[in-house]
Design a protein around this ligand. Sequence first.
Ligand SMILES: CC(C)(COP(=O)(O)OP(=O)(O)OC[C@H]1O[C@@H](n2cnc3c(N)ncnc32)[C@H](O)[C@@H]1OP(=O)(O)O)[C@@H](O)C(=O)NCCC(=O)NCCS
Length: 216
Amino acid sequence: MCDPGVEPWPLRHLVLRTPRLTLCPDDDAGLHELAALALRGVHPPEEMPFLTPWTDQAPDDLVRTSMQYFWRARARLTASDWSVHFLVRHDGRVIGNQELSGKEFAITREVSSGSWLGIAHQRHGYGTEMRAAVLLLAFDHLNATIARSGAFTDNPASLRVSEKLGYRTDGANTSARRGTAATEIRLVLQPSHFVRPKWMLQVDGLDGCLRLLGAG
Ligand SMILES: CC(C)(COP(=O)(O)OP(=O)(O)OC[C@H]1O[C@@H](n2cnc3c(N)ncnc32)[C@H](O)[C@@H]1OP(=O)(O)O)[C@@H](O)C(=O)NCCC(=O)NCCS
């Protein structure tokens, strides 16, 4: 039995609230909902916004490997290498995933992000709102000094979200995507260039997570 005074997973208490969205680190019930959302589609089949083409899989494989991906991230999480997957909810329903990660964060003060929304929920401003939420968490609550992201050149929606929030380009990588070369634009944002939203982020349950994220 755990000592009742010891919290093994403080991230389960973390909640970020924006005007329209709630972001909580993943739990199994939410992951089932997220996988069902992914099965309903994340992008048109002729497009591939992800380096690892996980959305090309057969439904059974997609659900299982997605769950394994998130479980792996939870199981491997340490203060020196963490990746938190926030389930994004609107009106209580999971509409997407917003990742925030850090390597040696206590030293680097750098975070990276990645995200997706179910196709039915895109182009309503949620992508910008959820990325802004984790940037506010990173800059204002974790004392990050750099945020990184990236998107393929043929992903105008993601590039536009980054542009709206103030990211600048920081070079490019060539990757093999679905067996052909694709160019990924690297993006970087410093707090002074962050185009802040007009709303305030409400953060609950962070205190117990700070040490776990190398931010204590
Ligand atoms: C990328 C993603 C998270 C953005 O979320 P979103 O809710 O659609 O984004 P927003 O509505 O906040 O903003 C999108 C912006 O891109 C613009 N945009 C969207 N599609 C576009 C297109 N095909 N061409 C040009 N601009 C486009 C929108 O007009 C909007 O800009 P605006 O506010 O200036 O009008 C979402 O589209 C998504 O999940 N895509 C599939 C997965 C993906 O690409 N993930 C990112 C991998 S790097």
